[in-house]
Design a protein around this ligand. Sequence first.
Ligand code: ADP
Ligand code: MG
Length: 699
Amino acid sequence: MRPTLLNPLFAPVTSLPGVGPKQEGLLRYLLGRDETPRLVDLLLHLPSSVIDRRTRPKIRDAVQGTVVTLEVTVDRHRPPPPRNARAPYLVYASDDTGDVVLTFFRAKPGYVEKLLPMGAKRYVSGTLQMYDGTPQIVHPDRVVDEEAFAKLSGIDPVYPLTEGLALGALKRAIAQALQKLPELPEWISPEVMRRCHFPPIREALTRVHIPVEMTDVLPDGPFWSRLAFDELLAGQLALALVRAQLRRPAGNRHAGDGHLRKRIIDALPYALTASQRGAAAAIAGDLQQPVRMLRLLQGDVGSGKTVVALLAAAAVAEAGKQAALMAPTEILARQHVKTVTPLAEAAGLEVAILTGREKGKERRDILARCEAGEIDFLVGTHALIQDDVIFRALALAVVDEQHRFGVRERLALTEKGETVDVLVLSATPIPRTLVLTYFGDMDVSELREKPAGRQPIDTRAVPDSRLEEVTEAVGRALAAGKRVYWICPLVEESETVNLTNAEARFKSLHQRFGDKVGLVHGKMRGTEKDRVMAQFASGDIGLLVATTVVEVGVDVPAATVMVIENAERFGLAQLHQLRGRIGRGLEASTCLLLYREPLGEMSKARLKAIRETTDGFRIAEEDLRLRGEGDVLGVRQSGLPGYRVARSDVHAQLITQARDEALRIMKANPKLTGTQGEALRCLLYLYERDEALPLMGAG
Ligand code: ADP
Ligand code: MG
C-alpha cells in the first residue's frame, strides 16, 4: 500500500483548477500515459531549457545552438505553396543587425498571421540555428508583444509541449502541483547526500521548475541530478529486491550431460559462430552452478539467438526439467517455434506453443501435457504467465525482448518453477550502463559476429521526390522474383493514421502491381497476420506493405529489398531493427530510405549513421550520442526509455552510484525497515517501482 503521505501527488491532474477534459487528453499524450496523469507526472516533466530575457543579443551576435530572445520586426510572410501543405510556413523578421527566419511546420490556418502580424514588433525566444547560412528559429518557444514581454520574469523555463497545449497552461498546472508537494522523508543516505552535494528533494523540484539561475535546469546541475539519482536508485533498488527473491538455494543444478545438445548441433545445417558457441558454453556453465542464472544474451537481429536459447532448453531437458520462452508478440513466438521445431525434432525434444490464439480443447491439451512434463520447451506470449499454466518442473525461463516486459511479468514466469534460471534475449544491443539500468547486475553474452555467408546490405537515402523512380525499381525487383518490404510512415501521434498511411500505400501499389501485393498491420487479427506473412514467406506475395509490426523478429530470408517511407521520422535503433528484416539470406540486399526534405540536422545524422554501418552495437552507441544531443525540434529529449528524469548521457555516472547504493542498502537493511527503510519504500512508491515490495511480506 502506498504511504498516505504520497496521496496528494497521485491525485489526477483534473483535480487542479483549470485542467479540464481537453487539457487532460493533451497531458496524457505529452506525459506518455494511458490513464489520467497525476500531479507526480507533472512534477517529473522537467524543462527542456530556459529563456533568459535578461540578455537580449542582436541577431548578428546571437550564438548558434543556444536559446535566445530576439527583439525583431516582422517583415514578410511566406506561407507554404497551396499544393504543398507540408512545406513550412516561413516568417522573415529582422533587427538593425540582420535577418532571422521563423519556421513553422504544419501550422494551423491563421495561427502564424495572428502571432506575427506584418510590421509588428515581437519578442521571439527559441533555439537559434543556421540554415543555408541564415539564422533560423524553428517553432519559437515563445512569441510575445511589448506589453506581455514587460510582464515576464527574467528567467523562464521552457517545457517540451504537444500541439494544442499552451506553455502558460502547462506552467500553471505545474506551479499548482508544486504547491501540493508534501513534506517527504529523506531517502538518500547522509553519506551520499554529502558526497554528491545533493539538495533536498523539495529544493530540487522547486528550483528546476522555478529556476533562479540559468544553470538550475541543466540536467547535470545539482537539482536535476538529485532527481535523476532518486529515479535511478528506485530502479536499482527494485532490481536488487527482485534479485534477492530470486536467489537459488545451493545444490540446484539444471544442466544434463550434453547428449541432447550434441544431437541438435549435429542436426544444424550450418556451423555455430564462435560467439554462439561461447554464449552456449557460458549458459551451460551458469546452469551447472548452484546459483541462479541471470544472463542477458545480446545480439543483433539475425545473429542467431534462438538456436542458443534452444541449446539452453536442451541442457535443461537433459536434466529432466522444462524450459519456457516468452516473446512479446505472437508473430515472434511463432517464428521461434518455426526455427526450433526441426532441430528439436532431431533431438527428440517436445516443443509446443501457447499464445492467446490457442483456445478450448487445444489449449487444455497443451496445459495438460505441460503439467505432466511431456512438453520440454513451451514457447509463447504472455499467455504463458496465466495462472492455469502449470509446469511439472520449470527450470529455465527465456524472455525475448525483455525491456517490453515489466518486473511483474518477469517474476510471474520465474515463479512457475523452483529457482528458475533466467535468460534474457535482447536484439537491441545496449551499452553496459543501460544493461545496469534495466537489468541490474546481470551477466552478459554478446553475439557480435553475423552468421557466415551473410551479404552486406546496400543502404541508400533517396528524397521522396523520387518516389516514382523507387516504385519502378521495386517493379523491376518484383519482376526478377525478389521479395520486397515496403514500410509505411510512422506517425507517432496515432495508430489510426499509421494504418491510413499503410492502407493508402497498399492501394496505390496494388493498383500498379496487382495481387503480388499484400498488407500487414498491427490492427489485424493474429490469424490474418500469419496468413499474409506465410504468403510472403512462400512467395505468393512479392511485395509486403507493412506498418512497423514487422519490426521485431520476423524472418523471411528470401526478402532482399526494403523501402522505408519517411525514414527521417524513425529513430536510429528502429531503422536498424527494420532493416534487420533483410540481408538474412545468401543474396545481396538493398534498403532504400525515402525521406522528405528538408532534413533537420538530427535526421541527417541518423540517416548517415544507418547508411554507414550495419553493426548494431555501433548504431546503439551512435543513437545514444545523438539522443544525448537532444532533438532540435524540442521533441521529448529522451535518454532512457521508461525513465523520465535520468538520462543515459549526462547521468551515466549516477547509474553506477545508484547501483552501489542499492547494493549497500540490500546488505545493511534488506527488509527496508526502520526510518530509513520507510523512506526508501516511499521512494519506490513515488517512482512506481514498488512491484517487488509485496514479495517481501509485511515489515
Ligand atoms: P535472432 O533471433 O538473433 O534475430 P535468429 O535466431 O532468428 O536470429 O536467426 C536468424 C536466422 O539465422 C535463422 O534462420 C537461423 O536459422 C539462422 N542462423 C542462426 N545461426 C546461424 C549460423 N551460425 N549460421 C548460419 N545461419 C544461422
Ligand atoms: Mg529472433
